[in-house]
Design a protein around this ligand. Structure first.
Ligand code: NAP
Length: 264
C-alpha cells in the first residue's frame, strides 16, 4: 500500500498514550504523519510523546466524555499543526460483569467510554476536517460484536461497539459529499493489559463462563500488529476508503483460568 497520501497529514488519536492507540500513532508517524495523542493522564501522555520523533507528536490532555473539553482539545491540535486531517476514535473500556448485576454507574461509564465519547469527538472533528478539505475518521470497534468466544460477560461493551458501528454507517452517509470518510476498524483480542480494568470477582466469573464456550480461543494479537493495521486505513488514495476492517488472531490457544496463569 502507498504511504504517500498520509505524509505530513495530521491525525488525532484518542486514547493515544498507551495500548492500541499509541501503537497506531507510532505506525502513523512511521508513514510520515504528525500525530496528536489525547488522553487524561499527563505522565503517560508526555512519555509517549517524547518517545516519538521531535516535532511529529503533540500531547493533549482531554477526557473524551467531556464534550466541551474534546472540542477545545481538537481545536488546539488544529491550531498547533495548522490543520486536522484525521481522527482515530480509539478510547474504549472493556469491562466484564453479568448484565443482571451491573450497577448504574458502571452501565453509564461503559456507554460513555465506548459510544458517547466517540460521538463527541466526531462532532468536534468534522468542522476541522471540512476546513482541511476532507479527511478520515476511524472508529475502533471490537470483534466481540461478532465473536462470542472472545470473552464472556462483556455484553454491554460489545453492544456499545455495535452501536458505534451503526453510528459510523450513518455518519458515513451524512458525510459522503464532504470528502470525509468513516472507517470501522474491529480488532480481535490484543495484549494491551486492558484486563487490569476488571473487577477480580467478576473476572473470575467471566473466565469460568468463557471456558464453557470451548477449550480454545484464537489467541491475542501484538499491539503493534493492530497499530499497523489501523494506520493502513490512512493509506488509501483520495476517493477510496476502507469501510470495515476486522483483524483477529489466528493461533488456536488453550484457555486458562486466571488462577492458572498466576501459578508461574
Ligand atoms: N485490547 C484489546 O484486546 C482490544 C480488543 C478489541 C478492541 N479493543 C478496543 O481498542 C481500543 C483501545 O484498547 P486498549 O486495550 O489499547 O486500551 P488501553 O490500553 O486501556 O488504553 C486506553 C487509552 O485510552 C485513554 N483513555 C481512557 N479513558 C479516557 C477518556 N475518558 N478520555 C480520554 N482518554 C481516555 C487511556 O489514557 P488515560 O487513562 O490517561 O486517559 C489510554 O491512553 C478500545 O476502544 C478497545 O475497546 C481492544
Amino acid at each position: 500500500m502507498d504511504h504517500s497520501y498520509i505524509k505530513n497529514q495530521v491525525v488525532a488519536v484518542t486514547g493515544g498514550s498507551r495500548g492500541l492507540g499509541l501503537a497506531a500513532a507510532r505506525a502513523l508517524v512511521r508513514r510520515g504523519a504528525r500525530v496528536a495523542l489525547l488522553a487524561r493522564e499527563r505522565g503517560p501522555l508526555e512519555a509517549a510523546c517524547s518517545a516519538l520523533p521531535p516535532g511529529r507528536a503533540l500531547a493533549v490532555r482531554a477526557d473524551v466524555c467531556d464534550r466541551a473539553a474534546i472540542a477545545v482539545a481538537l481545536g488546539e491540535v488544529a491550531a498547533h499543526f495548522g490543520r486536522l486531517d484525521g481522527l482515530v476514535n480509539n478510547v474504549g473500556f472493556q469491562f466484564a460483569r453479568r448484565l443482571e448485576l451491573m450497577p448504574e454507574d458502571e452501565i453509564r461509564r461503559i456507554i460513555d467510554l465506548n459510544f458517547v465519547g466517540a460521538i463527541f469527538a466526531c462532532q468536534a472533528a468534522i468542522p476541522l476536517l471540512r476546513a482541511a478539505g476532507g479527511g478520515r475518521i476511524v472508529n475502533i470497534s471490537s470483534s466481540t460484536v461478532r465473536h462470542a468466544n472472545e470473552f464472556s460477560h462483556v455484553g454491554l461493551y460489545s453492544a456499545c461497539k455495535a452501536a458505534l458501528e451503526h453510528f459510523s454507517r450513518e455518519l458515513r452517509h451524512e458525510l459522503r459529499h464532504e470528502r470525509i470518510t468513516v472507517t470501522v476498524f474491529s480488532p480481535g483480542a490484543a495484549a494491551t493489559g486492558s484486563v487490569a480494568n476488571f473487577d477480580p470477582g467478576a473476572l473470575q466469573e467471566a473466565m469460568a463462563d468463557w471456558l464453557t464456550r470451548g477449550p480454545e480461543f484464537d489467541g491475542a494479537l501484538q499491539p503493534d500488529t493492530v497499530g499497523e493495521a489501523i494506520a493502513a486505513c490512512f493509506d488509501y488514495p483520495p476517493g477510496a476508503a476502507a469501510e470495515f476492517i476486522e483483524v483477529r488472531p489466528s493461533v488456536p490457544t488453550p484457555k486458562m483460568l486466571e488462577s492458572e496463569w498466576k501459578k508461574d
